[in-house]
Design a protein around this ligand. Structure first.
Ligand code: GFB
Length: 320
C-alpha cells in the first residue's frame, strides 16, 4: 500500500479495527479515511454507499461487526448475526461497485466446526456442525467469507479473507456480559483482589484450549496480508500455540496479583473444545506473531489499570 493510498477501516471502533487504524497511522499512512467527519453507520446501506461514492477507498479492512464472548453469543445471537451480516453486505457491495483495489475481510475462528481436526485448516470449513453457542455469529462470518469469494468470482474483485484466532489486548471489551475470556477474567480477578474475595468463578471445566493472539500482532498480520496475499483461499492468523482455560486463569491470577481460589463452574458452557489455527500458510509467506501470551496479558492488564480512572484517548491506549 502506498503511504498516501486511500484506506478505510470498516469498524475502527472494534478491538481489531482500532488496532489496525492505530498501526496504519503509526506507520505513516497519511490518507486514512476514518478521520473524515460524517463516518458512515455500517449497518445503514445508504450511508455506506454515499461514503464509498464520495471517498472511493483503494484499500478496505473489514474489521467491524458486533462480537463478544460465549455469554454474548448465547444471550444476543440475533444482534450479533444481524449486525455482522448487514455490515459485510453493505461494505463488500460498496467496495466492489466503487472500485476498491483490495479488501481484507476478517472472519473468526469460531467459523470452524465444533470438533474440527487440530490444528484447524481452511479445508475443514463447513465440513461438520458448528459450536451451538456461537452458531449464529459463525454463520454470519462464514457468509462474509463466501460473499468475499463470490465478488472475486463474479467481478474479479481482489477481496481476501483472514481467519483470526481469539484476539485480546488494549482496547478490549471488559464488560461482564460481553467480554471474551481474557478481558472477563482480568476484570473479575482485579475486582476480587480489590474486594479481597476468597474465590473467582471460572466458567466451564477449564479444559478447553484456545489460541490467543495479541491484537497488535493481529493488526500487523492484517497489514502484511494486504500487501502480500492475493489468494481466494481464506488464511489463518494465529500464534501456533494453545493454552487451556485453566492455565490461562492461573496466568491471569499471577498477572493481576490475586491470591484467592479459582472455582470452575461446569454448569457454564465450555464452547469449542479446541481452536488452534494451522498457521503454516502465513509462516510460508514470512509472518509470525511475536508477542507471547504472558507479555500480552501484562500489557492488557496495564492498559486496563490505566483506563480504570479516566477515559483514555485511543493514542494513549497504545503507549505500552
Ligand atoms: O472467550 P470466550 O467467551 O469465547 O470463552 P470462545 C473461551 C472459554 O473461556 C470458554 C471460558 O470455554 C469459556 O467458558 N471462560 C471461563 C470464560 N471464564 C470465562 C469468563 O469469565 N468469560 C468468558 N467469556 N469466558 C468465542 C465465540 O468463543 O470466540 C465468538 O463465542 C468469537 O463468537 C470468539 O468467535 C473469537 O473462544 O469460546
Amino acid at each position: 500500500m502506498r503511504k498516501d493510498a486511500k484506506i478505510f477501516v470498516a469498524g475502527d471502533d472494534t478491538l481489531i479495527g482500532a488496532a489496525i487504524s492505530h498501526l496504519l497511522a503509526q506507520r505513516g499512512y497519511s490518507n486514512i479515511l476514518n478521520q473524515t467527519p460524517d463516518q458512515p453507520s455500517l449497518v445503514k446501506r445508504t450511508e455506506v454507499e454515499q461514503f464509498f461514492a464520495l471517498f472511493q477507498p483503494e484499500y478496505v479492512f473489514v474489521a467491524g461487526g458486533k462480537s463478544g464472548g460465549i455469554g454474548a453469543n448465547q444471550n444476543r445471537p440475533a444482534d450479533l448475526m444481524l449486525d455482522n451480516l448487514l455490515q459485510s453486505c453493505h461494505v463488500l457491495d460498496a467496495a466492489s461497485r466503487h472500485g476498491a483495489g483490495k479488501l481484507l475481510y476478517l472472519a473468526s475462528s469460531c467459523s470452524y466446526p465444533k470438533h474440527c481436526p487440530q490444528p484447524m485448516q481452511v479445508e475443514s470449513l463447513l465440513s461438520a456442525p458448528l459450536e451451538a453457542t456461537n452458531e449464529a455469529y459463525a454463520l454470519a462470518k462464514i457468509a462474509g467469507m463466501k460473499l468475499a469469494q463470490s465478488f472475486r468470482v463474479q467481478y474479479d474483485a481482489n477481496f481476501i479473507t483472514a481467519i483470526p484466532a481469539n484476539a485480546f489486548g488494549p482496547g478490549d471489551d471488559f464488560s461482564p456480559e460481553d467480554s471474551h475470556v481474557i478481558a472477563g477474567l482480568i476484570r473479575k480477578m482485579h475486582e476480587a483482589k480489590k474486594l479481597t474475595l476468597p474465590a473467582v468463578d471460572i466458567w466451564g471445566s477449564g479444559m478447553p484450549k484456545r489460541d490467543f493472539i495479541f491484537v497488535a500482532d493481529l493488526a500487523q498480520a492484517c497489514l502484511f496480508l494486504m500487501d502480500n496475499y492475493d489468494d481466494a483461499k481464506p488464511i489463518n492468523v494465529g500464534t501456533g500455540v494453545e493454552c487451556s482455560i485453566r492455565d490461562l486463569a492461573v496466568a491471569i491470577r499471577q498477572v493481576v496479583g490475586y491470591e484467592g481460589e479459582l472455582v470452575f463452574d461446569s454448569s457454564k458452557p465450555d464452547g469449542m473444545p479446541r481452536k488452534l489455527l494451522d498457521t503454516t500458510a502465513l509462516q510460508a509467506l514470512g509472518w509470525m506473531s511475536e508477542t507471547d501470551l504472558s507479555e500480552g496479558l501484562q500489557k492488557t492488564y496495564d492498559w486496563f489499570l490505566e483506563t480504570q480512572c479516566e477515559e483514555t484517548a485511543l493514542e494513549e491506549v497504545y503507549e505500552y
